[in-house]
Design a protein around this ligand. Sequence first.
Ligand SMILES: NC(=O)c1ccc[n+]([C@@H]2O[C@H](COP(=O)([O-])OP(=O)(O)OC[C@H]3O[C@@H](n4cnc5c(N)ncnc54)[C@H](OP(=O)(O)O)[C@@H]3O)[C@@H](O)[C@H]2O)c1
Length: 254
Amino acid sequence: MAIIDKALAGKVALVTGGSRGIGRGICVALGRRGAKVIINYASREDAAREAAAEVESVGGQAAIVGFDVGDAPAVTEAIKAIGKDHGGLDILVNNAGVAINGMLMRFTDEQWKKVMDINLGGAFHCLRAASMMILKSKASGRIINITSVVGEQGNAGQLAYAASKAGLIGLTMSTARELASRGVTCNAVSPGFIETDMTSEHLPEAARAKLMEAIPLGRIGRSEDVADAVAFLAGPEASYITGQVLRVNGGMLM
Ligand SMILES: NC(=O)c1ccc[n+]([C@@H]2O[C@H](COP(=O)([O-])OP(=O)(O)OC[C@H]3O[C@@H](n4cnc5c(N)ncnc54)[C@H](OP(=O)(O)O)[C@@H]3O)[C@@H](O)[C@H]2O)c1
């Protein structure tokens, strides 16, 4: 096993949607590097508890907190409480997201609003509530937004998802510019196709085979692939990287 140093010891990290999938992988990667990880979930408290146990099994510290990132007042209240209970916040990972798929002409206002409120609004709500605390961390303050290859190249049947993920890239660059003078960095990580509940739920075998042909590295991604990129951006080695989009997609988009 690779030796991993405790570069994030003493740091407090909030990972939205940390209960499952990519978010859970991120929680484990940050916990393994010494951060105290606050694991957010929407409804699956059971999954959040499992994620916390995984963080602890690699020697990390974890706490769980349930709130809907799309609910601005709930986010403000929860992040205020995190600051009070854990003495501040150094790292924010905006990972929570939903995919509602459908073709343009049939897509409803409700579907559009839900995707936007959670994927893009959620990141905005968390950023607004947490930025003052993160600024206090000065040069070790880190924000990482999880976008998607779909936000960079579009996808038929995923218009709202793609728009929300493209919006996150604009949000990332603007936040990076606003907070740079204090040494805080803000970057996006753009995964390709990663095996999680979000993807495996609706992918027929034939589509999977076709997808594999589009991935030069010849395999579907794992949560750990994304988590390691996030952990790098959260650490001291990445202090001169801001406003960037780091692609973790097996070469799907170059
Ligand atoms: N999987 C991929 O191929 C892929 C590719 C590119 C980008 N991404 C992005 O990566 C992120 C994670 O995706 P995933 O595949 O790991 O998804 P997932 O397995 O479906 O997990 C989604 C996570 O988000 C949480 N969540 C959903 N709605 C929420 C809300 N309103 N408030 C707070 N938390 C909420 C869920 O909490 P509960 O457990 O409580 O439901 C869960 O922890 C998403 O932003 C997604 O768009 C994924």
